[in-house]
Write a protein that binds this ligand. Structure first.
Ligand code: SF4
Length: 498
């Protein structure tokens, strides 16, 4: 294994204020090609998946001679890679990853892909999701504890795979064995000397799709967390990696080998539909834009109000606002302008600056809002801090009434499957009644989409969702220790530095 480009340690900016939205775990991406620069394609794929993780990015490329070149660092894809770097990463198979930390703190040793050596050669693994049995797995791997270089559950999956290969299994058998040791959410892409593997947990909690470029006989295969990662490089969408499925893409082979490694009830994260995934990504045969317009229509049917204008909180609230407007007949308007360049690690304004009214992300348009009764559509409320400021800003801009409509049910439970939500005591809907939340936010009225409205909008797939953060019905059992924190694998004391 060759790691030509040494890690650069970059001081991660201190996040002073947690964002008031659930944060996505990661994006994974892989390309197996024969006559194209795969590092470049992977760069563009990761660029399309940037919304799934902005803390670190990495690409591992197989050069065809059992060597892997790996580069990963803190920052956005465009900050971590440049043209020179990509040109040095020549090869036919690439594995890419964007990270937002859900297990393990935000530091470069936790960036992915994870690259390890086995008796059959090296492999590179990238993971989206979160294991609920990570402490138990760590215990199982106690004999190699000194080889662990990170505090992530993803590295534990990689070491399980390495162990299975070194104990005599082939790649397919070792992957099944490693997957069988894991409980939780895991969508994986794995580059090996015998080609590319894609694997999804039995419930299919995190998405994973695949497609191809060019003639199917000499296809170049692409695997991505979302279909927008296929579109950006002109790959044709072929379908989902099914829940519980393992797919093996071999170099120069037109037909990938597909098989189930397990079979369980499908439980796709419904928050992917509502908020996380890009609206141009396809789920269940249609773009999420269409689904989100539909839940906006349902929201209007369930919670009508007399008003002059409907606005959406950019970007994820816009399609539902269009749906609300279409059903209610109230005109849609652009009442909020978003600064699209504010990342998660943006230095937060001081309390004094906030009190002075600094608006970093969203600015209301008085020309659109002044003198109007406004319906404002957002995709979710977590702690309510952002919503409260937003309502105040809308009133400052001249709105005479503010009616908030939320295109998901109240978030009452934390997530343990790869989404960074607050603990339950931080979730406003777990602490306050609807009337109390409305009063806290300062709105004239507040209403949420019903749970049936949310899932029924997915038509035939309404039973195929995890909706535990709305109803507490967790599809995978967890040990007590798992519910503690994303830093559960960290040495004592590290939380103070994150
Ligand atoms: S608990 Fe909520 S955020 Fe987590 S996987 Fe289930 S639906 Fe998604």
């Amino acid at each position: 294994m060759q790691n030509e480009i040494p890690y650069r340690f970059v001081q991660a900016p201190v996040v002073k204020e947690r964002p008031d939205k659930p944060e996505e775990a990661c994006g994974v991406y892989a390309v197996l090609a024969s006559d194209q620069p795969v590092a470049n394609l992977t760069y563009f794929g990761l660029y399309a998946l940037q919304h799934r993780g902005q803390e670190s990015a990495g690409i591992a490329v197989f050069d065809g001679e059992h060597k892997v070149r790996l580069h990963k660092d803190m920052g956005l894809v465009s900050q971590v890679f440049d043209q020179d770097m990509l040109e040095r990463m020549q090869g036919q198979l690439a594995i890419g990853h964007n990270r937002y930390s859900t297990t393990g703190s935000s530091k470069v040793c936790n960036a992915q892909p994870v690259v390890l050596m086995t008796r059959l050669g090296p492999f590179a693994l990238a993971h989206n999701g979160n294991l609920v049995n990570a402490p138990e797995l760590r215990q199982k791997l106690a004999d190699i504890a000194n080889e662990l270089t990170s505090t992530t559950d993803s590295e534990l999956i990689a070491f399980c795979l390495q162990k299975a290969v070194n104990e005599g299994k082939d790649w397919d058998g070792a992957l099944r064995s490693a997957a069988g040791c894991c409980r939780g959410a895991f969508s994986l892409v794995i580059g090996t000397p015998v080609g590319l593997f894609a694997l999804r947990d039995g419930h299919g909690i995190r998405p994973l799709v695949f497609g191809h470029i060019g003639d199917i006989e000499k296809a170049q295969w692409v695997v991505s967390s979302e279909s927008c990662g296929l579109d950006i490089i002109g790959a044709k969408f072929d379908g989902d990696v099914n829940p519980g499925e393992i797919i093996h893409f071999k170099p120069g082979n037109s037909q990938p080998q597909r098989s189930q490694w397990t079979s369980e009830p499908v439980k796709l994260c419904v928050f992917e539909m509502i908020y996380f995934a890009r609206p141009d990504s396809r789920f269940f045969g249609e773009s999420l834009y269409s689904y989100r317009v539909r839940i906006g229509e349902t929201l209007a049917r369930e919670n009508p109000v007399e008003a002059d204008i409907v606005i959406g909180v950019p970007d994820s609230g816009i399609p539902a606002a269009i749906g609300y407007s279409q059903f209610s007949g109230i005109p849609f308007g652009d009442g909020l302008i978003k600064n699209r360049y504010v990342g998660r690690t943006f230095i937060q304004p001081t309390q004094a600056m906030r009190e002075a009214g600094i608006r970093v992300k969203l600015n209301p348009l008085p020309d659109v809002l002044s003198g109007k009764r406004v319906v404002v559509i957002d995709d979710s409320i977590v702690r309510g801090t952002t919503s409260r400021k937003l309502v105040a800003a809308l009133r400052d801009a001249g709105a005479t009434e503010v009616h908030m409509r939320i295109s998901s049910p109240p978030v009452t439970h934390p997530c343990f499957y790869g989404i960074d939500t607050d603990t339950q005591d931080q979730l406003i809907a777990a602490r306050l009644t609807l009337a109390e939340i409305a009063e806290h936010l300062g709105v004239d009225s507040l209403a949420y989409l019903s749970k049936s409205g949310m899932v029924d909008a997915a038509k035939d797939n309404s039973s195929n969702f995890c909706s535990a953060c709305f109803d507490g019905a967790y599809p995978i059992e967890m040990e007590e220790s798992v519910s503690s924190s994303k830093l559960m694998l960290e040495p004592a004391g590290i939380a103070a530095t994150v």
